[in-house]
Design a protein around this ligand. Structure first.
Ligand code: SF4
Ligand code: SF4
Ligand code: SF4
Length: 275
């Protein structure tokens, strides 16, 4: 039966449609219907392709959602979708794309789908994942504190705009979105090559992880390990881009809040011990 076979993509599609229609009607803005229907369709398509064993399924979703957010919402619509945009719209009390985006994808959403945003939608990682170091070549570096600096720098930047009553804030926010993204790409690519790790930016620099990590600790959706089936071949750990100890089912598993649900470990396991 089609609904049984494709239950997960259908469920995701329905979930996004409920958000789309709910926000459209409550906010009286048809943009939300278009926005969440598009994202829901892209994610459902990716899940469908994944179920059909298409190896680039995740990358297709990443490109469909990431490019839409970066180019359409960010560049064409002029909405700052970076963290400073979130602070700005939050302080002005405007419930717009950036605030909704953060609330859905980065604060409430991770309770349900963990760091799925990082695996399937982020426009920064969308580029970084094209680089050659899919799995980190060396051990973790001790520089994770940098993300606190970038987090508070973004907050102070926006607070300063209000404190000093800077004019044309929207204009500044738009250009800071362009400059910020360029900087993220430059730093992300440089770090990836320096540490031979595509996801070094995610591990050490990204300010959004201050929201994502604590929320995804409680994620409903997570990788489950079946010890009975495992033959200890170690293939799962060899392919993980985020150094997660997926062979530990506890919430406190090593780097558990960094799992981007890429499913590479699941695909690599010869015994279907992970799901
Ligand atoms: S950690 Fe940051 S840069 Fe990396 S995928 Fe997540 S949101 Fe994007
Ligand atoms: S390989 Fe597995 S544990 Fe590692 S990030 Fe991907 S889904 Fe998570
Ligand atoms: S790949 Fe599968 S069988 Fe091998 S160690 Fe991991 S869980 Fe066990």
């Amino acid at each position: 039966m089609v609904t049984k076979k494709y239950g997960v993509p259908i469920l995701f599609f329905i979930g996004f449609e409920l958000v789309a229609v709910g926000l459209w009607l409550t906010q009286k803005n048809i943009f939300y219907l278009f926005n969440f229907s598009y994202i829901g369709t892209a994610i459902s398509l990716g899940l469908l392709l994944y179920q059909r064993n298409y190896r680039h399924a995740r990358r297709i979703v990443q490109l469909l959602v990431g490019l839409y957010m970066l180019l359409y919402l960010g560049v064409l619509c002029g909405e700052n979708m970076q963290i400073e945009g979130f602070w700005y719209y939050l302080f002005t009390g405007v419930f717009e794309a950036a605030t909704i985006h953060y609330a859905v994808a980065k604060i409430a959403g991770p309770l349900l789908f963990g760091r799925g945003w990082c695996g399937y939608a982020c426009w920064t990682a969308m580029i970084l994942d094209f680089l050659p170091y899919k799995v980190p070549a060396g051990p973790r570096k001790n520089i994770g504190f940098i993300r606190y600096i970038t987090f508070f720098a973004s907050l102070f930047f926006v607070v300063a705009l209000f404190l000093f009553q800077v004019q044309e804030k929207e204009y500044i926010l738009f250009y800071s979105f362009l400059a910020g993204n360029l900087l993220y790409y430059m730093v992300g690519i440089a770090l990836a090559f320096a540490y031979k790790d595509n996801r070094a930016f995610c591990k050490y620099i990204c300010p959004i992880t201050l929201f994502l990590k604590p929320m995804s600790y409680f994620s409903l959706l997570r990788i489950h390990y079946d010890k009975e089936k495992c033959i200890s071949c170690g293939k799962c750990r060899q392919v993980c881009p985020m150094d997660v100890d997926m062979m530990d089912n506890s919430r406190g598993r090593k780097n558990g809040t960094e799992c981007i649900l890429c499913m590479d470990c699941v695909k690599a396991c010869p015994k279907q011990a992970l799901k």
